[in-house]
Design a protein around this ligand. Structure first.
Ligand SMILES: Cc1cc2nc3c(=O)[nH]c(=O)nc-3n(C[C@H](O)[C@H](O)[C@H](O)COP(=O)(O)O)c2cc1C
Length: 370
């Protein structure tokens, strides 16, 4: 029976354990230019004992940005900044994938004044408010629906970003298809009302995600590409009229491609990064139970896990590995704490986003020998 502390073959990689650091947006890149810096390298290196680190979501182009001070992977300065991070993680014996991100409609034109309105499959605004370039909450704008002619450019941007991630020394890439961002907006019919080959049927709505995955595989090979998905997640105003039909199709097509892994967020943690409650909502369906058998490769599960529940998921073969978000923010040495059954530091939500070292690199590790 597998445990969280066993190694895991994941595509071309051999992970030293099955404790994954979930992608976590922290809005601490250097300004101007959204450039990763030494502080970020220190933060990731502190967490290098994870079996795999998945970087915070990283915009593939200026228009792909949806929050202030999130890093990009489209300029030479950003590639050089990420090199600091990957070198620091590798020096500590860690492995790190970059999460490729386009936010689509979850954005505000103040974040990309030259490019203008956010883009989306259809001109439908999400409900609620968005953080503008000044870290202020303002109502969403109605996005501009992408023209059919523009879609190949988006795929090309993903491909260039995947190549930049390679140049920056990452071990692979994770395509962010979750949490109501651009690729998820195309997948789900609450946000996709297109009538061309990217809308309507499940096949059509999955087309952009699969084109992006193929572009990433062209650059990296299938053994170094993963995909993150969030079926049943409602974060960022998401909904679909037939979630099992949609995602079973997506898992089938990803299985055919033989990619390194899928990474699936349990909907009980749908608003973990927003202002939601810290406790998980257990009344919603379990995606690892529903979809585990639909994908033929490595299945990473995330969302509201603690040591015992994660161990149960791996032992009962509901997942090959488990990703931890909020408790990895607060516990840089999480695998060691799990191994020793040591108490965990508590996370402070007030310092999740923006700022400097406080609440970022100053969470203490266990004392030597304790
Ligand atoms: C501060 C914060 C930032 C997040 N940023 C991202 C992100 O950049 N990309 C992503 O896919 N998920 C992101 N998430 C979601 C987490 O990866 C994870 O799925 C969620 O926190 C649930 O796991 P947990 O209960 O272990 O925290 C974020 C969550 C938090 C709390």
């Amino acid at each position: 029976m597998a445990t969280l502390f066993d190694s895991l073959e994941l595509g071309d990689l051999l992970l030293k354990n099955r404790i994954i650091m979930a992608p976590l947006t922290r809005m601490r890149s250097k300004q101007p230019g959204n450039i990763p810096q030494e502080l970020n390298a220190e933060y990731y290196a502190q967490r290098a004992t994870a079996g795999l680190i998945i970087s915070e979501a990283t915009q593939i182009s200026p228009l792909a940005q949806g929050y202030p001070a999130t890093p990009g992977i489209h300029s030479a300065e950003q590639v050089a900044g990420w090199k600091l991070v990957t070198d620091a993680v590798h020096q500590k014996g860690g492995k790190i994938f970059l999460q490729l991100w386009h936010v689509g409609r979850i954005s505000h034109s103040s974040l990309h004044p030259k490019e203008g309105l956010p883009v989306a499959p259809s001109a439908i605004a999400p409900s609620g408010t968005v953080m503008n370039a000044e870290f202020k909450q303002v109502p969403y704008e109605t996005p501009r629906a992408l023209d059919l002619k523009e879609i190949p450019d988006i795929v090309a941007e993903y491909k260039a970003a995947a190549q930049n991630a390679k140049d920056a020394g990452f071990d692979g890439v994770e395509v962010h298809g979750a949490n109501g961002y651009l690729l998820d907006q195309f997948l789900q019919d609450g946000s996709n009302k297109r009538t061309d080959i990217y809308g309507g049927s499940v096949e059509n709505r999955s087309r952009l995600l699969l084109e992006v995955v193929d572009a990433a595989v062209d650059v990296w090979g299938k053994g170094r590409v993963g995909v993150r998905l969030s079926p049943y997640g409602t974060f960022n105003t998401m909904s679909d009229s037939d979630t099992p039909a949609l995602f079973n199709y997506v898992f089938e097509k990803l299985s055919e491609r033989g990619i390194a892994y899928v990474h699936v967020i349990e909907p009980r943690a749908t608003n973990a990064g927003g202002g939601g409650a810290d406790a998980s909502d257990e009344s919603v369906p379990s995606t690892s139970q529903i979809f585990r058998q639909s994908f033929y490769g490595v299945f990473i599960s995330a969302g509201g896990y603690e040591l015992e529940t994660a161990q149960n998921a791996v032992e009962n073969d509901l997942a090959d590995a488990v990703a931890f978000g909020r408790i990895f923010i607060a516990n840089p040495d999480l695998p060691e704490r799990f191994q020793k059954n040591a108490p965990l530091n508590k996370y402070n939500r007030a310092t999740f986003y923006g700022g400097g070292a406080a609440g970022y690199t100053d969470y203490p590790a266990l004392l030597e020998g304790k």
